[in-house]
Design a protein around this ligand. Structure first.
Ligand SMILES: [Zn+2]
Ligand SMILES: [Zn+2]
Length: 157
């Protein structure tokens, strides 16, 4: 996916605003690399939308458009003096009207991961798989009371 410039981003947000809200977007928008799990945010005091470039890269244009629509709901309601927060009626109504998502999809790269610790008994070689770390000074092999050692630590999605 090609990198988007600031000007292209502004144009995209304005286009989406015109298409779904029949109003232009006249304030500022930028990519914010420090956003982690949120796809975007609207800062009322600055009248500014910030978007997470990772969502565009990992989830594609369609999901990214959804995030922009969501932030535009906050924006338009805010500048018109209406209820622009998540629990406000105006906000929920506008989300519905414009087909904007309530929540954004989590990023594949930050999805919850499971770590599996594999221990083996040094005496009888029995293998134990655990979801958490085991204190090998205290826990011994269930078969022979031998000492356990950490053989492997794997993380998977
Ligand atoms: Zn929101
Ligand atoms: Zn053992």
């Amino acid at each position: 996916m090609e990198k988007m410039t600031q000007a292209q981003l502004k144009e995209l947000v304005n286009e989406i605003s015109l298409t779904y809200f029949d109003k232009p977007y006249q304030d500022s928008v930028s990519f914010n690399n420090r956003l982690r799990t949120t796809g975007g945010r609207y800062i009322p005091s600055k009248r500014k939308i910030e978007l997470n470039p990772k969502f565009r890269r990992e989830l594609g244009e369609e999901e990214f458009t959804g995030i922009i629509k969501h932030e535009l709901c906050h924006y338009h309601l805010h500048i018109e003096g209406k209820g622009y927060k998540h629990r406000d009626k105006d906000f929920r109504k506008l989300l519905k009207k414009t087909g904007s998502p309530r929540f954004c999809q989590p990023l594949p790269s930050v999805e919850k991961k499971t770590t599996i610790y594999t221990y083996t008994c040094v005496a009888c070689q029995h293998v134990y798989k655990r979801r958490r770390r085991v204190n090998t000074d205290r826990y011994r092999c269930g078969k022979c009371r031998g000492k356990l050692k950490l053989a492997e630590k794997t993380t998977r999605k």
